[in-house]
Design a protein around this ligand. Structure first.
Ligand code: IPE
Ligand code: IPE
Ligand code: MG
Length: 261
């Protein structure tokens, strides 16, 4: 995606000591960056606040991360916001998150218009409360013609459920006689995932120090570079994002081949 260098430089002015824009190669920004936004609850607990305060504070980090992605010229930016397992949380926390998704999305629509961001969702939205579904649909409709960065929000997303859905759809096509089982290949299966048509993430960031995928994009992360930071999500800034990209650019990606250097 096109980078506006003037905007980027002023966005990244006043650098801390350990990192600056000069530390990354703007010609090698990953096309798809994905983040498992984790640690909202611990951020709040460490301050003697309710977990919900952590989720509210996390919205500010997300807004900044969307803007950072746009400024850096990322093509696709995706985030894990609510997993198929997160329904196990106390009902009041689930309710708060669902309401927060709806209110945040409405509040951020002007940003998406201003930055030409196209919205997309990963996950089964049918199970969400009506308010949240309606707002999500409004977001999809209003950004459908945007041609800039794709921002994907994974809500009620689980990778295993996603792969099961793809398998069911392919099986139904086979039963109808539209395809033969031997026609099914990796590309065809990928075309039935929520990420259909998008490149796989090149960089996956997880905050709060946890080193696991928690059922996120199991298929799509086959060759993705992982970056784990101890920073809790509400503290994650444009500088942490830059640190992750600098780290990514120092990796040697081999895709099963030999070192190409
Ligand atoms: C991530 O923060 C947000 C969601 C999963 C919705 P958590 O709520 O998981 O925060 P911790 O991991 O309990 O600190
Ligand atoms: C993963 O975080 C899901 C999201 C960030 C939305 P969790 O906090 O739910 O993951 P676990 O339970 O620590 O694996
Ligand atoms: Mg967590």
């Amino acid at each position: 995606m096109q980078i506006d260098e003037d905007k980027l430089r002023s966005y990244y002015a006043e650098a801390p000591e350990d990192i600056s824009l000069a530390d990354v190669d703007l010609a090698r920004i990953p096309h798809h960056v994905s983040i498992i936004m984790d640690g909202n609850g611990r951020w709040a607990q460490a301050r003697g606040l309710d977990r919900s305060e952590g989720h509210v504070a996390g919205v500010d980090s997300l807004r900044e991360a969307v803007t950072t992605s746009v400024r850096l010229g990322v093509d696709v930016f995706s985030v894990y916001a609510f997993s198929t397992e997160n329904w196990r949380r106390p009902q009041h926390e689930v309710d708060l998150l669902m309401h927060l998704f709806a209110t945040t999305l409405v509040a951020e629509l002007p940003l998406f218009h201003q930055e030409n961001v196209k919205l997309r969702f990963f996950g089964d939205l049918d199970a969400l409360p009506q308010e949240t579904r309606d707002v999500f649909q409004q977001g999809l409709d209003e950004t459908a013609d945007h041609t800039g960065m794709t921002f994907a929000l994974a809500v009620n997303y689980g990778s295993r459920a996603e792969i099961v859905k793809a398998a069911r759809e392919l099986a139904a096509e086979a039963v109808r006689g539209d395809i033969q089982p031997q026609d099914i290949d990796a590309d065809m299966l990928a075309g039935h995932l929520y990420t259909a048509g998008l490149p796989d993430p090149e960089l996956l960031i997880r905050t709060s120090g946890e080193q696991r995928l928690s059922n996120y994009l199991l298929w799509q992360l086959a060759y993705t570079e992982f970056y784990v930071t101890d920073t809790y999500w509400p503290d994650f800034s444009r500088w942490d994002y830059l640190r992750a990209i600098r780290d990514f650019q120092g990796r040697h990606r081999r895709f099963g081949g030999v070192v190409n250097k």
